[in-house]
Design a binder for this molecule. Structure first.
Ligand code: MV4
Length: 500
């Protein structure tokens, strides 16, 4: 086993990896940028090395500096976490070249899944269902012919894609030419690759993904599904294991699991990975893409299977065989995770970095908190403002929801705004309780209840107008201090009411 591992990441996932290393009696080396000097992962690791200024391009994305840190600290392996360099084939190859183990799949697997059309083709050849689509480099005439055969709407996608960038829905032929041009220029800007392909659009799909895990000897198992349909602008916000849909139709787990294993095998996959599927209203599922990393939402799979995915990743990278067979994998109860962000859900989910002045955390039965936030920490504005993942487990989904409502109620964060209150609204929603989830859920949820912005009621506006009037008259008359102070008091109260 390794004696020392470097974590090429920050935030809660760096903390998660350090915890696994400590339990395995392996030394940990953190890396950090200037703004992360006081971050929790730096405090928790055995050793730490500064790798540059705040900008990711000058720190967490610098392959050279990370490898230098690994060498100078004597780390034998690197865990990349998620994001940053985790799906960078060049980084995986550079680690191997430096004689350092990359805790993840081979550079070749990462590369094979990086092109969305190549991944589609190999999944299709391996027998996993895919949405009807075109080849890469689609021209206007080819896209028009495709739509003529399969019907509108279609979806234009970037070959180098991911995250919804370079994606355009097209509902009629008249819009096709402009959409193709827009998608290509957005893809060029985002990926420096303007290649586009077209797919038949699946309306209001669910997003269900399968966790896979393989060793370096060709053993590969799936660990079931995660329901990730609750997302906003291609960012997941809440994930579950099992999927409420799969719970109603248990044969789906085996069918999707086998399709995922076929797709993973076609790429010679090992270590942890995730195969994403779209599921349509008639429960047909389609391979979407494969994520060649540990995912943010891995805790719900861990809670439902009792496995430690990070520990398994490290053991497999060190050359161990998978310690169980597919038949030995089992699932129990229901797990739900909320991504707690420093953001304002009622102001377009604007990031809300700043200093945390008070922090009360949920505790007690069935709660798991993967966090990087601590009392007095300043959430930096340079990175994704994820503070914590609050995950709960209970015997049934109903009990897990009750537990989640209880846990969200115990969360008490001051100094910054968070989405905790927004989650309370979501998980108390009857549609959510019924498990009727799809990728348009949050947009529809806002249309159904939430006010996108707090608006003042007439009484507040009238009180504010009166206060302004009184204050202005008091000032104009050079009036006695009393009424001026009272007016500015009202003014403050009125403003607070408006901003509440
Ligand atoms: C789709 C789709 C509907 N039909 N493909 C969005 C991100 C990219 N990786 C794939 N995505 C989608 N592909 C077809 N043919 C709908 C989406 C999609 C989506 C997928 C997963 C999770 C959330 C989503 C939100 C909007 C659209």
């Amino acid at each position: 086993m390794f004696r020392k591992v470097l974590i090429a990441n920050r935030g809660e996932i760096a903390v998660r990896v350090i915890r696994a290393l400590r339990e395995m009696n392996i030394g940990s080396v953190a890396v950090y940028s200037d703004v992360d000097r006081t971050a929790l992962h730096v405090r928790m690791a055995d050793e730490a090395e500064r790798i540059g200024p705040a900008a990711s391009s000058e720190s967490y994305l610098r392959i050279d500096r990370i490898l230098d840190a690994a060498r100078s600290h004597g780390a034998e392996a690197i865990h990349p976490g998620y994001g940053f360099l985790s799906e960078n084939a060049e980084f995986a190859a550079a680690c191997e070249d430096a004689g350092i183990v990359f805790i993840g799949p081979s550079a070749a697997s990462i590369r094979a899944m990086g092109s969305k059309t190549a991944a589609r083709r190999s999944a299709m050849e391996a027998g996993a269902p895919v949405v009807p689509g075109t080849d890469r480099g689609v021209t206007f005439d080819q896209a028009r012919a495709f739509a003529a055969e399969h019907g509108y709407p279609i979806l234009l996608k970037a070959v180098a894609g991911g995250g919804g960038k370079g994606m355009r829905r097209v509902d009629r032929e008249a819009d096709l030419e402009a959409a193709l041009r827009d998608a290509a220029s957005e893809a060029e800007r985002a990926f420096r690759d303007k290649d586009i392909y077209a797919e038949k659009l699946v309306e209001r799909p669910r997003h269900i993904e399968i966790q896979v895990l393989g060793d370096r000897y060709g053993n590969l198992v799936h660990l079931g599904e995660r329901e990730c349909s609750l997302q906003r602008r291609h960012q997941k916000v809440l994930e579950e294991c099992p999927s409420p849909l799969v719970s109603l139709h248990p044969e789906m787990r085996q069918e999707m699991g086998e399709a995922a294993l076929r797709a993973a095998r076609s790429a010679g996959y090992y270590n942890a990975g995730t195969v994403e599927f779209l599921v349509d209203a008639s429960r047909r599922f389609y391979f979407l893409e494969m994520n060649t990393r540990l995912q943010v939402e891995h805790p719900v799979t861990e809670l439902a299977t009792g496995l430690d995915l990070v520990r398994l990743q490290i053991e497999i990278a060190a050359g161990a065989r998978l310690p169980f067979t597919q038949e030995q994998v089992s699932w129990r109860g229901a797990a739900i995770e909320c991504r707690i962000y420093a953001e304002d859900p009622y102001n377009n989910f604007l990031p809300y970095p700043g200093k945390v002045t008070r922090l009360g955390r949920p505790l007690g039965p069935g709660i798991r908190l993967d966090a990087c936030v601590y009392d007095g920490w300043t959430v930096p504005m340079e990175y994704d403002p994820l503070l914590a993942k609050l995950a709960v487990w209970a015997e049934t989904r109903e009990a897990a929801i009750a537990r989640l409502i209880r846990a969200l109620g115990e969360y008490d964060v001051s100094g910054i705004r968070t989405n905790v209150g927004f989650f309370r609204q979501i998980v108390e929603d009857p549609e959510f309780a019924a498990g009727r989830l799809h990728t348009g859920f949050i947009e529809e949820f806002f249309a159904r209840h939430a006010q996108p912005k707090p608006t003042a009621d007439l009484e507040t506006v009238a009180a504010l107008a009166a206060a302004i009037h009184t204050a202005a008259r008091a000032r104009a008359n050079g009036a006695e201090a009393g009424s001026g102070a009272q007016a500015s008091g009202w003014l403050r109260a009125g403003r607070d009411a408006l901003l509440r």
